[in-house]
Design a protein around this ligand. Structure first.
Ligand code: NI
Length: 180
């Protein structure tokens, strides 16, 4: 078991579009570590850039909430190709501690992705899984929940957000000092 450091809002890696996965052979160690990290942090989803890795990959485990059907997922090079309906749901984010916001998103999506072996799948997905996928796909495109709410709502969390950003930026400097 290896825990990775979850990077927070303000770290530049969370604002860039992640690179597609091309080499599937070396992913299993990263995916195992991401699951360990997500469980340690009590999250239900985690994108690779949230642990500082610039790759289009995310994991989801909603087994605590939805008992029916498959609930543990690895999605690689995912793309939402269609969406419909709308729903509101209060979302939190491991990269923005202590902030929860009501976010409006499509209820149903058609999602194209690859699995760990590189096989392609296309599925229509609704409910909590669709919600979690959209949150993680946002991460891989550099988008946060605070970008999905009105400026008035964002203002209510502005102070907390600034503090998180300041702390995240100081950690980036610290990390870079060791990468020579
Ligand atoms: Ni998040």
């Amino acid at each position: 078991m290896a825990l990775m450091e979850v990077v927070h809002y303000g770290d530049p890696i969370l604002r860039k579009k992640c690179k597609p996965v091309e080499d599937y052979k070396k992913l299993s160690g990263l995916i195992d570590d991401m699951f360990d990290t997500m469980y340690e942090e009590n999250g239900i989803g985690l994108a690779a850039n949230q642990v500082g890795v610039d790759l289009n990959l995310f994991i989801i485990d909603i087994s605590d909430i939805e008992e029916e059907g498959e609930s543990i997922h690895v999605f690689i090079n995912g793309e939402i190709i269609e969406s419909s309906g709308e729903s509101w749901f209060e979302e939190g984010c491991l990269s923005i501690p202590d902030i929860r916001l009501d976010v409006k998103r499509p209820e149903t999506i058609t999602f194209k992705y690859q699995d760990e072996s590189g096989h392609e799948h296309t599925k229509e997905i609704s409910g909590l899984l669709a919600r979690a996928i959209q949150h993680e796909v946002d991460h891989l495109n550099g988008v946060f929940i605070v970008d999905r709410v009105t400026s008035t709502t964002k203002m209510t969390v502005d102070k907390t957000l600034k503090a998180i950003k300041k702390d995240a930026l100081s950690k980036v400097k610290y990390r870079k000092a060791f990468v020579l």
